[in-house]
Design a protein around this ligand. Structure first.
Ligand SMILES: Nc1ncnc2c1ncn2[C@@H]1O[C@H](COP(=O)(O)OP(=O)(O)O)[C@@H](O)[C@H]1O
Ligand SMILES: O=C(O)C1=C[C@@H](OP(=O)(O)O)[C@@H](O)[C@H](O)C1
Length: 295
């Protein structure tokens, strides 16, 4: 390899991740260590939160390949960022500004995954629970349940979904029970709905880790946190499984794990799930209305 060519090569390899992010880094430092058949390029920038990403640039007979060795700092590894961006570009013309409604059980990742999707699509993110809380003077969902009861909450949730159905370019994280009222589907079908289908065991693990204070429907069971979350979520899923299947697209974490060769759904990152969500939306939009497309 012509080592004089290395600095130019490093720069193009480094610039690419930034060009697909929101904005360029305010500082960017490069370091190079040279070994016999390869160069290692270390990049750190303030955008990458001052941690270091190492790219390995290797050379054989003039062909150059770059691969990420380690990326502790970037929001998602380079290839995932690219896939996300490509998928979002593919669906934009078909989506045509329609809102995306994420539905799924409590803890299924509607908020976490929804924020990633909204960023990459250039949409705003919105949480229907938070809008209900605003409508009720800033009271938390748990307080609304306590003071006014579930029916009052559900009525407010329906009002909020009605208002949202008149809007565009939003990724909306809906409350886990929004699917139970047919009128809510009338509103959600103004946009594209996506079911995050997460096994109950994984939901229970996530909920047990964060506690049930903000989720009144899970709050009162006795027993250890995992078991009580598991019991309650299983019963709710039994009631609601069919309602979630009204969604236009289904994102099955079990299927993603199989596809990516992971042993368990707990090994999937929110970005893996966002990528699959965009793919399933793509399938739905291009297929003109199949109920949902399997992985
Ligand atoms: N893919 C994931 N892997 C592990 N934990 C996750 C994942 N997605 C979300 N979580 C965690 O699960 C909890 C619930 O996620 P959240 O996005 O709030 O779900 P929802 O909005 O559907 O109730 C949070 O603590 C979140 O950090
Ligand atoms: O499943 C449900 O019935 C509920 C889910 C909650 O939202 P998340 O799914 O965002 O936790 C919230 O709307 C309320 O506690 C009721």
């Amino acid at each position: 390899m012509d080592v004089k060519a290395a600095p130019r090569l490093q720069l193009s390899a480094v610039v690419q991740p930034e060009s697909i992010g929101r904005r360029p880094p305010s500082t960017c430092r490069l370091g190079v260590s040279r070994e016999p058949q390869s160069l290692r390029v270390f990049v750190s920038s303030t955008m990458m939160r001052r941690r270091t990403t190492a790219l390995e640039v290797s050379c054989s007979y003039g062909n150059i390949s770059a691969s990420i060795l380690e990326s502790g700092s970037v929001r998602a590894p380079l290839d995932e960022e690219l896939i996300l961006k490509n998928r979002s570009q593919e669906i934009q013309p078909y989506l045509n500004g329609r809102c995306i409604y994420l539905v799924g059980m409590m803890g299924s990742g509607k908020t976490t995954v929804g924020k990633i999707m909204s960023q990459v699509l250039g949409y705003s993110f919105c949480d229907s629970d938070a809008l209900v809380e605003e409508e009720v003077g800033g009271n938390s969902v748990a307080d609304i349940f306590k003071q006014h009861g579930e029916t009052f909450f559900r009525n407010k949730e329906t009002e909020v979904l009605h208002k949202l159905s008149l809007m565009h370019q939003l990724v909306i994280s809906t409350g886990g029970g929004a699917v139970t009222r047919p009128i809510n589907w009338k509103y959600m079908h103004k946009g594209v709905s996506v079911w995050l289908d997460v096994p109950v065991e994984a939901l229970a693990q996530r909920i047990a880790a964060v506690g049930t204070n903000s989720r009144p429907l899970l709050h009162y069971e006795a027993g250890d946190p995992y078991t009580r979350a598991f019991m309650r979520l299983s019963a709710l899923f039994e009631e609601r499984g069919e309602a979630y299947a009204n969604a236009n697209a289904r994102v099955s974490l079990k299927n993603i794990a199989i596809k990516l060769g992971k042993r368990d759904v707990s090994e999937l990152s929110p970005t893996d799930i966002a990528i699959e969500a965009l793919e399933q939306i793509d399938n739905f939009l291009k297929g003109e209305g199949g109920r949902y497309a399997e992985c």
